[in-house]
Design a protein around this ligand. Structure first.
Ligand code: PLP
Length: 359
């Protein structure tokens, strides 16, 4: 497959993250010609068009363009809570572990982390974390769900689980926020449109700059009144971006033809997992690969994850060490179909070399 990207860095196979995607030629062209205005005053026509399209795609009344997924989650939580309240969130989710504790530092929120099975929380466990109406306790306000779940290997939260959590939230008067940074991957894996997932939540964040391939930006979507408040909070955290239509122009293109592109990425992840499974010294369960992520354990090689990643980098394949012996690989638009077996053959040679040197 021909690369559409204008510049792919020095011919490397880039498997660290789908955040590494390069804006393609169509995006760059649209960016240079974008009509812009002052978005803080609501006058950027390209941002307005993106927000309308994003609201339509997610089946919500309104949407807001924000600088990043982290900002989208923060704005969503701050717009739906008051300081001193509590969120219930899956224990390894991005909001709790990779967003500098913004919910606590900027939102004054406490968190009740819930263990899960591959990112899927048991509704009974979530229910057990809802606080009683007791003057000693914080009030529970929001349940946070991550879909797909990054740390759980790009795992998808099934619709049935979302339905149960929605029913629970309705019964107990709670809101639900979905960190849907990769909700399009979840939708592709489930074979449904994004709105069929988002219908179970009050607010959703999704990233334009991951598998969708835009250089910058994320979307927050929800009811019109929620977005009105989110717009105010975005300003509070310094996210009013003025003539940012040049960025939204790429986002509009990123929303076209998503399904086909992500299905290809998912097929490539499955192929990569099947190849890696055959390599002695590398361990993974191909059944764990549900979307575009492949997590591999290198402990049987007697090398650290960062050592293995360094060796691969010197062979022009970039991987992400995410634990002492755990490596992450992510397929995306800039990973050609032909690069999948190529990367796997590089891993196989390297694993053989490492094993031969320790024999
Ligand atoms: C699940 C999840 N949520 C949120 C984010 C934050 O996105 P950003 O890097 O745009 O702030 C990421 C980024 O990798 C993520 O994986």
């Amino acid at each position: 497959m021909r690369r559409e990207s204008v510049s792919v860095i020095d011919g490397r196979i880039e498997l660290r993250s789908d955040t590494m995607t390069q804006p393609n030629a169509r995006m760059r062209e649209a960016m240079s010609g974008a009509a812009v205005g002052d978005d803080v005053c609501g006058e950027d026509p390209t941002i307005n068009a993106l927000e309308e399209k994003a609201a339509r795609v997610s089946g919500k009344e309104a949407a807001l363009f924000v600088a990043s997924g982290t900002m989208g989650n923060l704005v969503s939580l701050l717009a739906q809570t008051r300081p001193g309240q509590e969120i219930i969130a899956e224990e390894n989710c991005h909001i709790l572990s990779h967003e500098c504790g913004g919910y606590a530092r900027l939102g004054g929120l406490t968190a009740s982390p819930v263990p899960s099975r591959r990112g899927v929380m048991d509704p009974a466990m979530v229910e057990s974390r809802i606080r009683e109406d007791d003057i000693h306790q914080p009030r529970t306000a929001v349940i946070c769900i991550e879909n797909t779940h990054n740390e759980a290997g790009g795992a998808v939260v099934p619709l049935g689980n979302l339905r149960e959590l929605r029913a629970l939230a309705d019964t107990r008067g709670l809101r639900i926020h979905m960190d849907g940074a990769r909700i399009f991957n979840a939708a592709a894996a489930l074979g449904v449109s994004v709105d069929k997932i988002a219908e179970f939540v009050d607010s959703v964040t999704f990233c334009l700059s991951k598998g969708l391939g835009a250089p910058v930006g994320a979307i927050v979507a929800g009811s019109a009144s929620f977005i009105e408040e989110a717009r105010r909070v975005r300003k509070l955290v310094g996210g009013g971006m003025r003539q940012a239509g040049v960025l939204a122009a790429a986002g509009l293109i990123a929303l076209d033809g998503v399904r086909d592109r992500l299905e290809r990425d998912h097929r490539n992840a499955t192929r990569l997992a099947e190849c890696v499974r055959e390599i002695r010294g590398l361990r993974l369960d191909p059944d764990d690969v549900q979307t575009n992520m492949v997590y591999v354990d290198v402990s049987a090689l007697g090398i650290s994850a960062s050592g293995f990643a360094q060796e691969c980098a010197s062979r022009l394949v970039n991987l992400l060490p995410v634990g002492p012996t755990r490596i992450r690989m992510v397929t995306h638009q800039d990973v050609d179909d032909a690069e999948v077996p190529l990367a796997a053959s590089i891993f196989a040679d390297l694993a053989e070399t490492i094993m031969a040197s320790t024999r």
